[in-house]
Design a protein around this ligand. Sequence first.
Ligand SMILES: CC(C)(COP(=O)(O)OP(=O)(O)OC[C@H]1O[C@@H](n2cnc3c(N)ncnc32)[C@H](O)[C@@H]1OP(=O)(O)O)[C@@H](O)C(=O)NCCC(=O)NCCS
Length: 138
Amino acid sequence: MKEFFHLGPGSEVPGWLEDLDRRCFGEPWGALAGHEEAWGAVGECFALWAIGDTIQEAELLRIAVEPELRARGHGHELMKTCEGQLSRLGIRTLLLEVRVSNTPARQLYDASGWRQDGLRKAYYKDGEDAALYRKELG
Ligand SMILES: CC(C)(COP(=O)(O)OP(=O)(O)OC[C@H]1O[C@@H](n2cnc3c(N)ncnc32)[C@H](O)[C@@H]1OP(=O)(O)O)[C@@H](O)C(=O)NCCC(=O)NCCS
């Protein structure tokens, strides 16, 4: 990754990130809420996390790599960076949910040491199931 960035609670989202967010997820997330943190590389990728207030948990809300840069290890590198930063914040447990059909994302989570620990039936509006993943930071 080239230029690393961090966005904390209340940060405005830069234009390139809002654009990537819209292309990947339809609706951009908007300014970060009080419990949200994001890390990434400028123009390449980002990951948005919700940080537990009183518990040492963080939930991965969104992760995206620019389409033309995918399958080159950026996702892996970003995940490693986030884990280091979250660990420094005292986070011990990482959680996420993902569409069961999202093979690239599930491959990234599997390869990054996450383990599936549940399934939420018909979780998404279109009826698709969500796979629940968890990772304990060492
Ligand atoms: C999910 C995503 C972030 C992965 O980023 P990436 O930079 O392509 O990931 P990496 O190159 O680090 O690859 C990670 C793993 O996924 C695998 N992978 C990447 N693209 C894949 C694909 N299209 N099909 C299957 N596996 C794939 C890689 O081989 C690697 O696995 P390995 O370590 O076992 O070889 C990216 O595909 C993306 O932005 N998707 C759209 C947004 C999204 O769906 N986000 C997740 C839900 S929030």
